[in-house]
Design a protein around this ligand. Structure first.
Ligand code: AMP
Ligand code: MG
Length: 414
């Protein structure tokens, strides 16, 4: 079935200046997440997408236990000196019961002995001979961690579509589970196009540039945990490009190319995509990144990214990333839009979304953002210097210093 027939959200929109939000919506409506799954050992599950709900078969922690080093006591008996009758260590429970007027020395993680209901930290108690005296002001049940307070038996804790991060690996391990069912990895083939591209190792001839896009793509794709199929550089020759497209769309779920999508004499990519498959749109009201083709050949989705190195990164992060995550089975993974105060004036014309490269910094209590300076789509240094995109919305005009602007931060923690 043609993708155009599945997309209704483009009706009435100018195909020569498609809004970013419309383009995102249209791409989304063409995609179906992959369904194949596999079982992997827990360590290899990092960065993968969970394919089956995880329901604890045990409580975590399995027993009520102490959160501190101190004494396990009966709260009702704290008005009297207590006799220490034994010790409870992590992994070595106290076998008896704490009776009236008694207490047990207890360490962090040790099971709360029968009879006790409260833990008093060791720093506050006084020893008087063989007796322990606890000062007033304690609260019943303090410093006790209850069975199941982290994960409760029977209550689903992780759901299909969740990304497995370090916390999830630990959480799954805490349930004693060693293998995880995850979605198979998405296969992504990519190549750069251009007669002017030199490969690393070859001397640069007149008019040539080293192909950097394939390396940027390698980095961005690696971080998304997909299987990479790097098909190298393809020259601006229709026969070569056709061969490359056919091979890539056979091998991969998604094909990404750079260059050759504008209207120059050697720009064959979009034409070929249309000849071999279907192109949904290729002009977006954005900067950088205006020419960007989206389409399909056979079962593979195609992203014909621009050639300019910054435009490659911007279109990747604004369109391709979301599509790849969605196809991989991930639940919502939208990049948060945060607010910062413009530290300088920014030139902008209404009618397109701009992604300026910015540096977020703190001034006193306020987070401000300035641009990296030169914003040409060939200035890859701007991406390297930046720690965020400054997203200037479609309708917006120039920004004055002091106004709030939206930013997308490049780095996250988990
Ligand atoms: P194009 O869209 O093919 O006209 O390319 C636009 C600009 O991006 C030109 O200046 C190209 O030299 C440059 N460019 C295209 N592909 C690459 C690449 N793989 N690495 C670095 N620069 C590139
Ligand atoms: Mg080119």
């Amino acid at each position: 079935m043609s993708i155009a027939s599945t997309v209704s959200c483009l009706d009435g929109y100018d195909p020569d200046a498609l809004r970013v939000d419309k383009a995102c919506e249209a791409i989304r409506s063409c995609l179906t997440p992959i369904s194949e799954t596999e079982e992997v050992p827990i360590r290899e599950a990092l960065g993968r997408v969970l394919a089956r709900e995880i329901v604890p078969e045990i409580n975590v922690p399995a027993h009520d236990n102490s959160a501190m080093d101190g004494y396990a006591v009966r709260f009702a008996d704290l008005d009297q000196p207590l006799r220490e009758v034994g010790t409870a260590l992590a992994g070595k429970p106290y076998a008896g019961t704490v009776g009236r007027g008694e207490c047990v020395r207890i360490m962090t993680g040790a099971v709360i002995p029968d009879g006790a209901d409260t833990v008093v930290i060791q720093e506050v108690v006084k020893k008087e001979g063989d007796r322990i005296v606890v000062p007033p002001g304690q609260k019943k049940a303090q410093n006790v961690r209850y069975a199941g307070e982290d994960l409760a038996k029977g209550k689903p804790v992780l759901h299909p579509g969740e990304l497995l991060r370090p916390a999830e690996l630990g959480l799954i391990a805490s349930l004693g589970i060693g293998e995880v069912k995850v979605k198979r990895r998405l296969r992504v083939a990519f190549f750069a196009t251009g007669d002017e591209l030199a490969s690393i190792g070859a001397p640069l001839k007149a008019g040539e540039v080293y192909d950097s896009n394939r390396y940027t793509l390698h980095g961005m794709l690696s971080r998304l945990g997909v299987v990479l199929i790097d098909m190298g550089v393809v020259r601006d020759r229709p026969q070569d490009l056709e061969k490359a497209f056919r091979k890539a769309s056979d091998l991969a779920d998604v094909v990404i190319t750079t260059g050759g999508v504008s209207v120059g004499e050697a720009d064959f990519v979009r034409e070929l995509m249309a000849k071999l498959g279907e192109v949904l749109f290729w002009k977006i009201a954005m900067r950088p990144g205006r020419p960007m083709a989206f389409g399909k050949i056979g079962n593979a989705f195609l992203f014909g990214l621009p050639g300019n190195p910054v435009a490659v990164m911007v279109t990747f992060y604004q369109f391709v990333r979301d599509a790849l995550l969605f196809l991989s089975g991930r639940e919502a993974a939208e990049i948060p839009l945060l607010k910062a105060t413009a530290a300088e004036n920014m030139r902008k014309v209404p009618g397109r979304t701009e992604y300026q490269r910015g540096i977020v910094f703190r001034e006193g209590a306020e987070w401000k953002v300035r641009t990296t300076g030169q914003q040409g789509s060939g200035v890859l240094r701007s991406m390297s210097e930046a720690n965020c995109f400054i997203v200037l919305e479609h309708e917006r005009g120039s920004v004055s210093a002091g106004e709030p602007v939206s930013v997308q931060l490049f780095e996250g923690l988990a």
